[in-house]
Design a protein around this ligand. Structure first.
Ligand code: ZN
Length: 95
C-alpha cells in the first residue's frame, strides 16, 4: 500500500541548470546539471557545462519526475526557433 505524499510546487515547475542564467530568471529554482541524462528533445546526453531546464514528466499516477532539456532544445520545442534565431529576430526588431 502506498502512502500519498504532498507534491511540492518545485516538483511541478521548470528548473534551470547551468552557469549562465537567463536575464529574467528569478522565479524558478536551480538544480545541478544532470550530466549523463538524455535531453528529451534532441536525445543527446547532457554534458558538464550545458545549460537548460528540467521539466516534470508524469507517468501514470506516480510522482512527477524531472526530465532535462538543453536551453536551445526547449526553446525550439515550444516555439520552433532556437536561441540564435530569436537573437537575430530581436536584433532585427531593434530590441
Ligand atoms: Zn537537447
Amino acid at each position: 500500500m502506498s502512502v500519498a505524499r504532498e507534491i511540492r510546487p518545485e516538483e511541478t515547475s521548470l528548473r534551470w541548470f547551468g552557469l549562465e542564467k537567463p536575464v529574467n530568471h528569478s522565479w524558478q529554482g536551480e538544480v545541478a546539471t544532470p550530466v549523463g541524462e538524455t535531453c528529451r528533445f534532441c536525445l543527446q546526453p547532457i554534458l558538464d557545462g550545458d545549460q537548460g531546464w528540467t521539466m516534470p514528466h508524469w507517468d501514470g499516477y506516480n510522482r512527477p519526475k524531472p526530465k532535462p532539456y538543453h536551453h536551445d532544445c526547449l526553446l525550439r520545442a515550444i516555439t520552433g526557433k532556437g536561441a540564435d534565431e530569436w537573437a537575430a529576430e530581436l536584433e532585427k526588431r531593434g530590441e
